[in-house]
Design a protein around this ligand. Structure first.
Ligand code: ADP
Length: 480
């Protein structure tokens, strides 16, 4: 058995505990039993000496000393009963003295009359061999006597020895039964854990769908399996996300690379066109397209890097307190020209001096991306409204358009990496599907959130909620 296993340790604790309890219990029982037996002997001596005093000694003047001696001898027969009786007077006169006990279990002590003894006195000798009981007795005439009775404690010792033997014999048996019993019980109660271990061993990246069997016992094991299953859920989700992300990223990078490669091959094969000067319009156009794809590729790669750095905390966000109203106003001004080029009206509705705490540059990036998306995806003649208001929980920044809108069912995945509603169109416009993921990372890095409200044909609202100026979440991120 493995001494470090829970089974061994629990069984060992149990046995130690039981050994302690048994030992304490045995000692208490031994002590209590001895006390009880000694008290019985004492009570017997008290009873006998009282009888001798009250029925014989009280009449000694009438009946005479000889009568007293005969009566004690006849009725109490001390030697046969393994007792010793002596009756003494203050002047040392021994009125009566029995012989030694038949079983020779003790030798009678030499005791004279104890002066000033008012109460009964009980003494047990050091090696628990005999109990000495002395009863003082004064006759109505004023004469004092002391009845000394000595009883053997050998029967007490014999009983105690018997008890001790039983205890010593039972002790190892009790421990053995307890050890094996608790080993079986512990082993049984650990069975579900063994099953958990066996199933958990089988789970790997290839079968992350498998779950541990949850019992409805309501105990810690059920809690453990539930927690592990929840952890597996999260692992599976992030694993799926990772696979999806790798697939999306390779797909995104492959398309421009294929175009670049195709174009370059085309130009190489069209050697005549390449050698002639000036270059033909066809070659010029192919080269321009290649450059465009290369730019798209480099934009996607730098956005991907930016996302990774934001997520890993490599990009440290500033946490200055600044006027967000001013930042939104200047950014909107900058984007106005772009919007007007597309005949889109850009309006602002900004509460004055809304302060926030964070990274000016990154928050501007969020706003630019939202306005840029609105301009990109809305047709001419539409309107973009930017609204900034303080709120109980900080401030709210909205970019609203009355463009094509986004199907309600797509809203949930809108902030996922590489997610685009209309891939072909978005690509045509120059989108990579990473802009909103970057916005989400930045907002969450500020302790805020971003959400979208939209439906097909209803326009879209992108809402950024930022926490109030002194934000502990942000500070925590910075100190990491
Ligand atoms: P992209 O670089 O493709 O614009 P984003 O992450 O910024 O990537 O946006 C993801 C997708 O969300 C876009 O491809 C587009 O389909 C949709 N989208 C974003 N903003 C709007 C908007 N204002 N109106 C309609 N669709 C939008």
């Amino acid at each position: 058995m493995n001494p470090r296993s829970i089974r061994f340790r629990l069984a060992a604790y149990q046995v130690c505990l039981l050994a302690g309890v048994l030992l304490a219990f045995s000692l208490a029982a031994f002590w209590g039993f001895r006390r009880h037996l000694t008290h019985s002997v004492e009570a017997q001596c008290a009873n006998l000496t009282r009888q001798i005093a009250e029925s014989l000694l009280s009449n000694v003047h009438v009946s005479g000393i000889d009568y007293l001696r005969d009566e004690v001898q006849e009725h109490y027969d001390p030697e046969t009963n393994n007792l010793f009786v002596r009756i003494v007077q203050p002047n040392g006169t021994v009125v009566y003295e029995s012989g030694e006990p038949h079983d020779r279990s003790f030798s009678p002590p030499q005791m004279s009359f104890l002066p000033n003894l008012k109460e009964n006195r009980v003494e047990v000798d050091a090696n628990n061999q005999r109990l000495v009981f002395i009863r003082p007795y004064i006759l109505s005439q004023g004469e004092s006597y002391q009845i000394q009775m000595v009883a053997s404690l050998r029967p007490v010792q014999a009983s105690l020895q018997g008890l001790w033997q039983v205890e010593v014999l039972l002790f190892p048996f009790a421990l053995l039964i307890s050890a094996s019993g608790s080993a079986v019980l512990v082993s049984r109660s650990l069975n579900p854990i063994r099953q958990v271990i066996a199933t958990a061993r089988k789970i790997n990246s290839g079968n992350l769908r498998q779950r541990l069997v949850e019992t409805s016992s309501g105990d810690e094991i059920q809690k453990l399996t539930r927690t592990l299953n929840q952890m597996l859920d999260r692992l599976e989700a992030s694993f799926k996300q990772m696979i999806q992300f790798t697939a999306d990223a390779s797909h995104e990078l492959r398309t421009p690379l294929t175009v670049i490669r195709g174009n370059l091959e085309l130009i190489l094969w069209n050697k005549a066109a390449l050698d002639s000067y000036p270059r033909t319009a066809e070659v010029q156009e192919t080269l321009a397209q290649t450059l465009e794809e290369a730019e798209r590729l480099s934009k996607t790669v730098s956005q991907l890097m930016e996302l990774t750095q934001l997520d890993s905390g490599e990009i440290q966000l500033e946490h200055e307190v600044f006027d967000l109203t001013e930042l939104v106003a200047t950014t909107a001004d900058q984007m106005k020209l772009l919007a007007e080029d597309k005949q889109i009206q850009l309006e602002t509705q900004l509460s004055p001096q809304v302060k926030t705490q964070g990274d000016r540059y990154r928050l501007k990036q969020v706003l630019l991306n939202l306005i840029d998306n609105a301009i990109k995806y809305c047709p001419a003649g539409t309107r973009i409204q930017i609204r900034l208001v303080p709120a109980d929980s900080g401030c709210v920044l909205e970019v609203k358009d009355n463009g094509p809108g986004i199907p309600r069912g797509e809203l949930q995945r809108l902030f996922d990496r590489f997610y685009r509603i209309d891939k072909a169109r978005s690509r045509e416009i120059g989108g990579s599907g990473l802009g909103l993921s970057i916005c989400k990372s930045i907002c969450e890095g500020h302790g805020g959130r971003i959400e979208a409200e939209s439906d097909l044909g209803q326009g879209s609202i992108f809402r950024v909620t930022l926490p109030p100026a002194t934000n502990p979440t942000l500070r925590r991120k910075e100190t990491q």
